[in-house]
Design a protein around this ligand. Structure first.
Ligand code: GLA
Ligand code: ZN
Length: 673
């Protein structure tokens, strides 16, 4: 079995993507000197180097990489070595133009950017296997090698290809999944609009069609595209395992829902030896540290709770958004250490030295254009010392309070056309529920709907439109066993083929929620409804309403106006030892806080009024101890109560009673135990 931690790395990982091929070798000496100054422990190398490593078919030039790995090794820097299969050289494409992917509209992409890969193309697969084999043979036992980094961010920016090779591959995938073409007809409901197939050969990818394409076909194509990328990952991984035994293999994920929507990370988490993630702040006006926390929690969850590694984030601004603000002083350290609090075994960046040329020259780096006399460099050096001071937390795990159910397939199904309302957005609901839990200072584990969640006192289900019967049984047993469940509208509607569950909505959730839903009645833009309760509670909601019929559930809040006036809006159902809440409309932040406060009381989760908003408190525990991370995202000094005294690792000071966390600062206390 390959190890799951980077080989030979005895500290937390600190470093970045290192692209020395962009610089004369004279600069490399300065690089390694500065790496030592900053406390860099690992760099990612070679991710985009195929054209240099194999300048013409079958001719390899490893000289520069030999010298580089030796130099890094001499300076004690471990290496995360990329397989460059995300960027085949131009000679490859000129020989195999059909390896360039094709859009649903039938347009073939051109060479000249990156990640232009058709994952079904046999020539691509063969070439990727050859370069991976050559690298593994040459460096598989190099003393600097700590980790293999396959490809780069599968699924981004091309999530699926619609070419003829993919069509043929899709047919094979369907035949393996369904056995007969009639089973496909049944699953896709091709009786509708006369789409019946009599032969697999007749089936195409969901290319451009005049009206909306068959939704089950579109959903299966997303599954196929994801599975196809995974096939290619496995192919490379297996070569590396064979030729480089004992060295863990990863590929960098992008779990933030705003950054990659085409990859089922539950499935990918099972394939890698070590889960690694890339995260960038999206500056859309929302609190970026909440999005960061959510991505980190999701990453840890796809790693099954095990330690994972932040492989890329930015020291300051990025360059690919319409507007790319620089990070504020101290923000980089807060970002890095918030990831560490949530399970990352270090903090790595894109990239080490800021490029002078190419598409990413305005993307920040550890060594900025301005060199070492800059704020960014000073903060990088300081962060290096923080990360170094935290070495003892390696292997500890983040404690979570609640579970949020998440399923990429259900999300994909909710992005299909012709739904009750374009304003319903599954990701928005996941974000909103996460944010409400974050603001109650609860740490979230994400869980697949069929996973065992019995250890969590509270389970939250944002919008789980696609849900199997098995998931319904899972949640029913969870509540019967004493759990508290909160389910948001448009959940439990269809099965895995986007076919509506038989009987009334919400099929597999009817029993546990003690209700049925007769109809959805989405609201028009700007339209709002009021929902009220007998205790005087009054909340506003928008986007969605439903006609709910209680069948055992109690009405807690009812619609005071709107299409569902007089009908239940929020219900509570006692079942077995537990409680199931249902909310049939889109609550804002206040409403979600009210709802989750009541559910948390049912779950006997104590509120944390002692913690200020935006002061993030997270724990990691393990054999070496219990560590309390406090990240102060506010501009005011804060105090965080400690139940036992401890030692603060970044300052070395003793801490007891109320831990002072200065404005914008991070503190990590090893609690006495
Ligand atoms: C991604 C890529 C990197 C780089 C960064 C820039 O994460 O993996 O190569 O392009 O984005 O933010
Ligand atoms: Zn293709």
């Amino acid at each position: 079995m390959p190890d799951t931690t980077p080989r030979g790395l005895t500290r937390l990982a600190f470093g970045g993507d290192y692209n020395p091929e962009q610089w004369p070798e004279s600069v490399w000496q300065e690089d390694v000197r500065l790496m030592r100054e900053a406390g860099v422990t690992m760099v990612s190398v070679g991710i985009f180097s195929w054209a240099l490593l194999e300048p013409s078919p079958g001719t390899y030039d490893f000289g520069w990489l030999d010298r580089l790995l030796d130099l890094l090794h001499e300076h004690g820097v471990r290496v995360d070595l990329g397989t460059p299969t995300v960027v085949p050289p131009v000679w490859f494409y000129r020989a195999h133009p059909e390896a360039l992917p094709v859009t649903a509209e039938g347009v073939r992409y051109e060479f000249g950017s990156r990640a232009a890969v058709c994952h079904s193309n046999a020539d691509y697969r063969a070439a990727a296997a050859r370069i991976t084999t050559a690298l593994a043979e040459r460096y598989g036992s190099h003393p600097a090698l700590a980790l293999w980094h396959v490809h780069n961010e599968y699924g981004v920016p091309v999530s699926a290809c619609y070419c003829d090779s993919c069509a043929a591959h899709f047919r094979r995938w369907l035949a393996a999944a369904y056995g007969t073409v009639d089973a496909v007809n049944e699953a896709w409901g091709t009786a509708f609009w006369g789409q019946r197939y009599t032969d697999f050969e007749q089936i195409s990818p969901p290319r451009l069609t005049p009206a909306t394409v068959n939704p089950a076909q579109a959903l299966d194509y997303k599954r196929f595209a994801d599975a196809t990328m995974r096939e290619n990952f496995r192919m490379e991984r297996d070569i590396l395992h064979r030729l480089s035994p004992g060295v863990p293999v990863t590929t960098n994920f992008m779990t933030a829902l705003s950054q990659c929507d085409s990859v089922d990370y539950w499935a990918w988490g099972r394939e890698v030896d070590l889960v690694t993630n890339d995260h960038y702040l999206i500056t859309d006006g929302r609190r970026t540290h909440v999005n960061l926390a959510m991505a980190a929690d999701l990453t840890r969850s796809v790693a099954g709770g095990a330690p994972w590694l932040l492989l890329e984030h930015s020291t300051s601004g990025v360059n690919w958004q319409p507007r790319n603000p620089a990070k504020a002083p101290g923000q980089m350290a807060r970002n890095s250490l918030a990831h560490v609090a949530r399970g990352s075994e270090g903090a790595m960046f894109f990239q080490w030295r800021q490029s002078r040329r190419g598409a990413e020259k305005f993307h920040s780096a550890m060594v900025p254009h301005g060199g070492t006399g800059t704020r960014v460099w000073r903060e990088v050096v300081e962060l290096g010392s923080f990360v170094d001071a935290l070495a003892e937390i390696r292997g500890t795990r983040t404690d979570a309070d609640v579970a949020v159910l998440w399923d990429w397939h259900s999300w994909w199904a909710q992005t299909l056309d012709w739904r009750p309302s374009v304003d319903h957005d599954a990701r928005e609901r996941a974000d909103a529920f996460y944010e409400a839990l974050y603001d109650r200072h609860l740490t979230v584990d994400f869980a697949h709907p069929e996973a065992d969640v019995s250890r969590y006192p509270l389970v939250v289900v944002p919008a789980l439109y696609l849900m199997t019967e098995a998931a319904g049984r899972n949640l029913t047993a969870y509540v019967e066993g004493g759990g508290t469940l909160v389910v948001s509208y448009f959940s439990g509607i269809v099965d895995e083929h986007d076919a509506v569950h038989e009987g009334a909505y919400p099929g597999p959730l009817r029993d546990v929620l003690g209700l049925t839903v007769e109809e959805f009645s989405p609201l028009l833009p700007g339209e709002r409804v009021r929902i009220t309760g007998p205790d005087g509670t009054e909340l506003g909601a928008d986007v969605w309403t439903e006609f709910v019929v209680p069948r055992g559930a109690d009405t807690v809040l009812a619609y005071a106006d709107g299409p569902a006036a007089g009908l239940p809006a929020v219900t509570r159902h006692r079942l077995g030892e537990g409680t199931a809440w249902y909310v049939s409309t889109r609550l804002g932040a206040d409403g979600l806080d009210t709802l989750l406060g009541r559910a948390a009381a049912d779950a006997r989760i104590a509120p944390r009024p002692d913690l200020p908003r935006d002061v993030e408190v997270v724990r990691r525990t393990g054999e070496s101890g219990t560590y309390l991370f406090a990240v102060n995202h506010t501009g005011a000094d804060a105090k965080v109560p400690l139940e036992v005294p401890g030692t603060e690792l970044l300052t070395g000071e003793r801490a007891a009673g109320r831990l002072a966390v200065p404005a914008g600062a991070v503190r990590v206390v090893r609690l006495d135990g």
